[in-house]
Design a protein around this ligand. Structure first.
Ligand code: FPP
Length: 231
């Protein structure tokens, strides 16, 4: 499928809880199904030659959820790292993260670090996972690092180096599942010229068909980055 320079896709995986509640199931049932959608999305990116996939797996605000749900999400991410590292290695996927990993359970820190290290030389798909990530704290963290480095001056190029995404281009397209139309503290600095797509589909129902539709819509967008077309 032609993707019109769609190099970096970013996804807010929303709607797991509502999807489960609609089925009379606990919220964790939705998150579990969400992992399967996540894997389908990775495979679709490989198929459509999308080079970078960023996802919002756990926000700095998600800690305020009931402990059982928080622990359950951490366990699911840990399970993913353990069972899918080989898949990542074999399919050219490099795993990177954004967010403060030091606050995560120790077993998750270990399995994430293992996945990051084992996939470090891959470059077909960069899978950037936001965990304990919030854009505001990312920006404040960058500011504090700049102060620590005693920089006399800062511009956009220098500032970018202090973000978690220092090595990545900005997202071309941000998709938020489940019909909500907000960013919820996701990649606020990086989204300055991103396109947005808000399908109604809850994340557990997300599939290749929805991604194809998103790409079709994206391909029709006229991106001018503040300039004029054909000038
Ligand atoms: C939002 O749905 C979803 C989350 C806060 C967690 C998403 C996490 C996963 C699907 C796991 C991803 C895993 C890896 C391995 C990166 P919600 O609970 O806010 O849904 P609601 O708005 O319907 O309540």
């Amino acid at each position: 499928m032609k993707t019109n320079n769609l190099e970096h896709l970013a996804v807010i995986m929303d709607g797991n809880g509502r999807w489960a509640t609609k089925r009379g199931k606990p919220r964790l049932y939705g998150h579990k199904a969400g992992i399967e959608s996540f894997k389908r999305t990775i495979k679709a990116c490989l198929e459509f030659n999308i080079h970078i996939l960023s996802v919002y797996a756990f926000s700095t605000e998600n800690w305020s959820r009931p402990k059982e749900e928080v622990d359950g999400i951490m366990d699911l991410i840990n399970e993913f790292c353990k069972t899918d590292t080989d898949f990542a290695v074999e399919n050219g996927i490099q795993v990177v993260t954004m967010g403060d990993l030091s606050k995560l359970p120790e077993n998750l820190q270990i399995s994430l670090t293992n996945m990051i290290e084992k996939t470090i030389n891959n470059n077909k798909l960069i899978l950037n996972i936001g965990i304990n990530y919030g854009a505001r704290s990312e920006i404040i963290r960058a500011l504090n690092l700049i102060i620590q480095d005693n920089l006399p001056f800062c511009d956009e190029q220098i500032f970018k180096k202090y973000l978690y995404t220092s090595n990545l281009p900005d997202p071309d397209l941000i998709i938020r599942a489940s019909g909500e139309k907000r960013l919820s503290n996701f990649m606020l600095y990086q989204c300055a010229y991103s396109e947005f797509y808000f399908p109604k589909t809850h994340w557990p129902d997300f599939n290749k068909r929805v991604i194809k539709k998103a790409i079709k819509v994206y391909n029709k967008r006229n991106r001018r980055f503040g300039g004029l077309k054909n000038y």
